[in-house]
Design a protein around this ligand. Sequence first.
Ligand SMILES: Nc1ncnc2c1ncn2[C@@H]1O[C@H](COP(=O)(O)OP(=O)(O)O)[C@@H](O)[C@H]1O
Ligand SMILES: [Mg+2]
Length: 385
Amino acid sequence: MAAERRIRVGVLFGGESAEHEVSLQSAKNVVDAIDPERYEVVLIGIDRKGAWHLADAARFLASASDPRRIELRTAATDLALAPGKSADLVEREAGSALPPLDVVFPVLHGPMGEDGTVQGLLRLAHLPFVGPGVLGSAVGMDKDVAKRLLRDAGIAVAPFITVGRRDGAPAWSVASAELGSPVFVKPANMGSSVGVSKAANELEYEAALDGAFSFDSKVLLERSVTGREIECSVLGNEAPEASLPGEVAPRHDFYSYEAKYLDDVGADLMVPADLDEATARRVRELSVRVFQTLCCEGMARVDFFLTTVADEAFDEGELVVNEINTIPGFTRISMYPKLWEATGLSYPDLIDRLISLALERAGREARLASAIDLESADVAAGEGA
Ligand SMILES: Nc1ncnc2c1ncn2[C@@H]1O[C@H](COP(=O)(O)OP(=O)(O)O)[C@@H](O)[C@H]1O
Ligand SMILES: [Mg+2]
C-alpha cells in the first residue's frame, strides 16, 4: 500500500460570494481532517475577485481562529483551469502545468461556487468533483426553483411569493394578508442567512426588501413557520443514505448569520436530535426524497421545520422542508460532518466516502459519454455509406 501514489485532491475555497469567510472556515476544517497518508492536498484559494491562487497549507489563512478577522492569504502563483482532458491546472505566469489533480473538493458556499458555475467549469476540465453536479447545484442554490420542484413532488414547503424586482414587491398589507405576519424575506440565491430577515410591520418589511435585493435580483417572501429546526445529512449517488437527524435551536430571534458564525453560543446544536423513532425515520426518508427530487448526488444537507403548533397552513408535527445545502458547512460547528459522526462515520472516513463517490460518478459519466460518441460515430458512418 505504501508504494501507492496518494490521491491528489484540489481543495477549492474562498470565492466571490458573501459567504467567502464561511468557506475559509470550512476549508480549514476539511484540510485538517483529510488523511495526509492517502491524500495529497493542493490548496486553491479563490479571492473575492474570483482569481485562483495556489495556497500554502501552512499559512493560507490569516487569523484562522477568529471568524470576524479570518482572511485568505494569496500567494504569488495565479492559477488557471484549462478545459479538455489533459491540461488541468496551469500556472498563469509561467504557463506551466501543475501535476494533474485526481479530484476536486469544492468547499465553496453561495453563488459562484455552490450554484453549478464551478461545477460546470470542473466538468469542462474533465475533473471529478465532490458534491452535486451542475443541475443539482443550480437547483439547490435557487430557493424559488427548489421549492417549486418540491411542491410539485407533493413535499410540504412554507407558502411563499417570489418577487423578481424591488419595485414589483407587493405592499406590506398584501404580503401580510397572504402570508401572515411576520414574513421572512430572503434572497433566492444565498446562504448562511446572508440577507435573510424577518419583518413584522411595513417599516421592517421595506428594510428587509432592500437588504435582500442588495444580494439578489430575485427575493422570496415566506410565511413564518413555527417549529423546531431539524437537519439531516445525505450521502451517496444512486442509493443515497441519510444520517441521524440533528436539531439547531438558535438563541437569537432566528438562525441568523450572527447566530451561526459569529456568536460562540448563538445556537444549541443537538446531535442527534431528541425525536421519537417514527419522526426520526420520517426525517430520514424525506431527506432522501428531497435529495433525489432536487437532482442531487454526492452530498447535501436537508433542513426542515418540525411544526410545534397547528395554524392555517400546517398541522402540529408536520415536516416542512426549508432548504437544501449542496455544499453544507464544514466549519467547527457544522452539522453535516457532526451528524455523520453520530451515525458512525468519522470525519476522515466521510471525506474518503465523498471522494470515492466523486470518482465513481465521474467514471459513470465517462462511460456514458463514450457510449454516445460511439452511437453518433455509427450514425455518421451510416450516413456516409
Ligand atoms: N419561513 C420561515 N419560517 C421560520 N423561520 C425561518 C423561515 N425561513 C427562514 N427562517 C429562519 O432563518 C434561517 C435562515 O434561513 P434559510 O432559508 O435557511 O437561509 P440560508 O440559506 O441563508 O440558511 C433559518 O435557519 C430559520 O432560523
Ligand atoms: Mg439555512
